[in-house]
Design a protein around this ligand. Structure first.
Ligand code: NZQ
Ligand code: ZN
Length: 387
């Protein structure tokens, strides 16, 4: 049954090979000064930096640059951007990059005019926004997080060893996002498959919760199947436009609130955030490592849904098998897919050391939306299994 809902997503998406052309028109809607936020090298080596700069110059904008936003963006980097925005009266933050750059841009947006410690206020205490918010827009170059069409902002406070995720309300969503699948051709395979698993994890986090069957569940199954098929095609040919475009749009749809609409959700696998706080690992890789032991630990509490996952997503034949066997085969298929893609599922390989595990478990969140509420000891057990 679909629970009652209100659905509204304000981000305007420009999708396709010529989507950058829409930047000229969009820039007319904002004031004189733009903060151009980006990562380390990729936008320059792929030639995108020059194109974006040309559009900004043509529009007569004064450009302030925030370069070097790192994967798992830090509080310090965010505050560097916040100071630039306030000191220069910036009217638009244009994020060019992956989830880290866009998340950082949203963090800058809410922090620039915050008179208190924004991290405490917004990422620790989850308070409502009580200050001016600066508009954000994005040009996406790495696929997976869905940050281009949502309010998510994940910021790492290095001193606190805390990677805090916050979903901000619609005023912080990007005003517009430009999605050109060709920009993702240069993403290294390691990052690409990490992004694919991130997309799949967002879908599974929303799927593995509740007993009802709604249109949302069917949507999720379709997006999972599309992600699996198109990841295989993109692995064979990284410049296959069709598969790259499907992967890009799947990731956006997987976390723009559509596929979580009107149903309970889990999100326990995203204890990965604390793993990231300790190891700085690629987000999707950490999710993959945790997912398999986690789902094997809880599947029997949501058996019918795991059976459906096996038959509908992975095409497992149910003939002559117990529900338990079918569910296990589905999870085996998920594991085989991670191996096929070269996804790293060992925490050790992702940079964790054994002494970190209790600290990660202790600082991780325990949620109640999944099929089984975990204790901290169970979280530690799961981390040890994927160590
Ligand atoms: O720094 P550069 O040189 O740009 O390199 C980046 C970076 O090293 C590279 N890259 C990006 N586009 C490229 C490219 N390399 C070559 N060609 C291109 N076209 O990719 C690397 C990773 O980028 P990053 O932005 O860190 O990846 P991702 O998009 O996976 O973002 C991860 C961050 O998003 C958070 C994660 O926790 C993590 O901090 N998440 C945000 C969410 C949200 N906003 O809703 C939800 C997610 O669950 C996630 O937690
Ligand atoms: Zn994620």
């Amino acid at each position: 049954m679909l629970l009652d809902f209100t659905y509204y997503n304000p981000t305007r998406i420009y999708f396709g090979k010529d989507s950058l052309a829409s930047l000229d028109n969009e820039l007319q809607n904002y004031g004189d000064t733009v903060l151009l936020a980006y990562g380390r090298n990729s936008i320059k080596t792929m030639g995108l930096y020059d194109k974006v700069m040309a559009a900004l110059n043509n529009a007569g904008k004064k450009v302030i640059e925030l370069a070097g936003i790192m994967p798992n963006p830090t509080y310090d980097k965010m505050m560097e951007g916040a100071r630039l925005v306030r000191d220069n009266n910036v009217s638009l933050i244009l994020a060019v990059g992956g989830g880290s750059v866009i998340d950082c841009a949203k963090g800058i947006s809410v922090s620039a005019y915050c008179d208190e410690d924004p991290f405490q206020k917004y990422w620790v205490q989850f308070q409502d926004i009580a200050n001016k918010v600066v508009p954000v827009a994005s040009i996406l170059t790495m696929v997976g997080t869905g940050s281009e069409m949502n309010g998510g902002s994940v910021i790492t406070h290095e001193e606190m060893k805390y990677k805090g995720g916050r979903v901000f309300p619609v005023e912080v969503y990007p005003k517009f996002s430009i999605l050109n699948p060709e920009y993702t051709y240069s993403v290294p395979q390691y990052q690409m498959v990490s992004g694919v698993f991130d997309t799949m994890s967002h879908l599974m986090e929303q799927y593995f919760s509740g007993d009802d069957s709604s249109t949302t569940d069917y949507l999720i199954e379709a997006l999972l199947k599309s992600s699996i098929d198109n990841a295989r095609a993109a692995l064979k040919n990284p410049e296959d436009y069709e598969s790259r475009s499907n992967l890009m749009w799947n990731a956006t749809l997987a976390l723009n609130t559509l596929t979580g609409l009107s149903k309970p959700q889990d999100w326990e696998v995203h204890i990965e955030h604390q793993l990231g706080a300790y190891t700085d690992c690629a987000h999707g890789m950490g999710l993959a490592a945790i997912s398999l032991p986690y789902y094997r630990h809880i599947y029997s509490y949501g058996l019918d849904r795991f059976v459906r996952f096996a038959t509908e997503v992975w095409g497992i034949s149910p003939k002559g098998k117990s529900k338990d066997d079918i569910a296990k085969e589905g999870l085996d298929a998920l594991e085989a897919f991670t191996k096929e893609c070269g996804i790293v599922t060992s925490l050790k390989e992702l940079g964790a050391t054994e002494d970190m595990l209790p600290k990660i478990a202790e600082s991780s969140f325990v949620l109640e939306g999944g099929y089984k509420k975990l204790s901290k000891e169970e979280i530690l057990g799961i981390l040890k299994e994927c160590f």
